[in-house]
Write a protein that binds this ligand. Structure first.
Ligand code: ADP
Length: 454
């Protein structure tokens, strides 16, 4: 049952988007269609970026380095203050899962478009997140109950968890701080490496251990919740095609899940989220092996791959996220969500398709694919300089088809049409993937791409 909002909710007049690139543009598009004005922020390196050009207003917040611009909390708050923005959308990456930022925004009387700082904190620490999920009845990957401090403790635990095992950073993200140990002998050095990487990337060297699954799929569930206890799930995404634990190609629905398993997963997830009292969009990530789901982590923000869910549900996740943040109840129930067709997203990174060396530089020629069922989320344009300072993702090709077969054919032809000249991209890799027999059969796991690349 949908519970109505207790007060007359009102949409924001103006939103500041604390991000850059394709995701800033994506959020801007939703705002424009909702009649909400947008404020872009940018570093000096992004002054001519498309998200700045298309915004209603823009504020320069610092020099190129992310630390001095997109991660600079006071600069962002000041920019919102000066422009009179009533809300801040953090996008993905940067400050999107930073509880201190969410609190600071709210303390300044600005709405943070996201969950409460308490929920961000709870899920940001992966050990706490796993413990919370166990309490909520969600199965997790077997492993250490908490942090692992000494080599002796690790070796003792290793005997119970079994090998190979995976060492992960408590505050990890983006696949960083993860190391596999195949035996007790390898454990001390793997621990050392994981700790050093965790310290360098997240300023926290605490690590924990998990059983390393040999052929799982990465299956994640999109949820959406309002402030009145209404929770829905929008199905799953299969993000098993990864390189260095980073997603490259995503599909909705997963070619490896039966309708029964799908229903089971949706049910346990919505129940847990309702119990948590969570608000906003969120994603629960699982590994799926031999018919069993194991929770890995929850992302308390929008995901890069959210468009494929939008394509198969017809629901604009960013608009819903903004409505919920403004205090509106969900306008639909679980039964109203109809899943149709199939969608695939190819992440186009500015990297060489074999060496994966980043390739910043000027776009000398640009032509995007089009036609039925093709969506391109990108900030690229001819003459644009891809700066060297940020994430290498420069475009997302999102394709819809009535069936998976049709979708794959359409991906293939869209990739054929896509021209990005002047820099290296992984478009050639995607062209190979689209024609691969294993992918065509939907027969792959999280280790598939790494093996293929070898
Ligand atoms: P991050 O937050 O750094 O992205 P995740 O916990 O989401 O870390 O894991 C990223 C990826 O690493 C997963 O999608 C999966 O491919 C791999 N992975 C994580 N945990 C395990 C595990 N226990 N066994 C095998 N692979 C794993």
């Amino acid at each position: 049952m949908t519970i109505p909002a207790p007060i007359e909710a009102k949409l924001f007049d103006k939103i500041l988007i604390a991000n850059r690139g394709e995701i800033a543009l994506r959020i801007q598009r939703a705002c424009r269609e909702m009649g909400i004005k947008t404020v872009a922020v940018h570093s000096t390196a992004d002054a001519t970026s498309m998200h700045v050009r298309l915004a209603d207003e823009s504020v320069c917040i610092g020099p190129p380095s992310g630390r001095d611009s997109y991660l600079k909390m006071p600069a962002l708050i000041s920019a919102a203050d000066i422009t009179g923005a009533g809300a801040i959308h953090p996008g993905v990456g940067f400050l999107s899962e930073n509880a201190a930022f969410a609190s600071m925004v709210e303390e300044h009387g600005i709405t943070f478009i996201g969950p409460t700082p308490a929920h961000i904190t709870m899920m940001g620490d992966k050990i706490t997140a796993k413990k919370t999920m166990i309490d909520l009845g969600i199965p997790v990957v077997p492993g250490s109950d908490g942090g692992v401090d000494t080599d002796d403790q690790a070796i003792e635990l290793g005997n119970t968890i079994g090998y190979p095992l995976l060492i992960k950073a408590t505050s990890g993200g983006g696949g960083k701080g993860m190391k596999v140990a195949n035996s007790a002998e390898e454990l001390p050095s793997a621990l050392r490496l994981a700790r050093a990487e965790a310290k360098a990337n997240f300023g926290n060297d605490q690590v924990y251990m998990e059983r390393y699954l040999r052929k799982p799929r990465h299956i994640e569930v999109q949820i959406l919740a309002d402030s009145y206890g209404n929770v829905v799930h929008l199905g799953e995404r299969d993000c098993s095609i990864q390189r260095r634990h980073q997603k490259i190609w995503e599909e909705a629905p997963s070619p490896g899940l039966t309708p029964e398993k799908r229903a089971e997963l949706g049910k346990i997830v919505t129940k847990a989220i309702r119990k948590m009292g969570y608000r906003g969009v969120g994603t629960l990530e699982f590994l799926y092996e031999d018919g069993e789901f194991f929770f890995m982590e929850m992302n308390t923000r929008l995901q890069v791959e959210h468009p494929i869910t939008e394509m198969v549900t017809g629901i604009d996740l960013v608009k819903e996220q903004i409505r919920v943040a403004a205090g509106f109840p969900l306008s639909f129930r679980q039964e109203d969500i109809k899943f149709t067709g199939h969608a695939i997203e190819c992440r186009i990174n500015a990297e060489h398709h074999e060496t994966f060396i980043p390739s910043p530089g000027e776009i000398t020629g640009y032509h995007t694919p089009g036609g039925w069922g093709v969506r391109v989320d990108s900030h690229l344009y001819q003459g644009y300089h891809v700066p060297p300072h940020y994430d290498s993702l420069v475009a997302k090709l999102i394709v819809y088809g009535d069936t998976r077969e049709e979708c794959l054919k359409r991906v293939e032809r869209a990739l054929r049409e896509y021209v990005i000249d002047g820099i290296d991209t992984i478009l050639p890799l995607h062209r190979i993937l689209a024609e691969d027999p294993d992918i065509q059969r939907g027969d792959y796991d999280i280790h598939w791409l790494e093996k293929k690349l070898k």
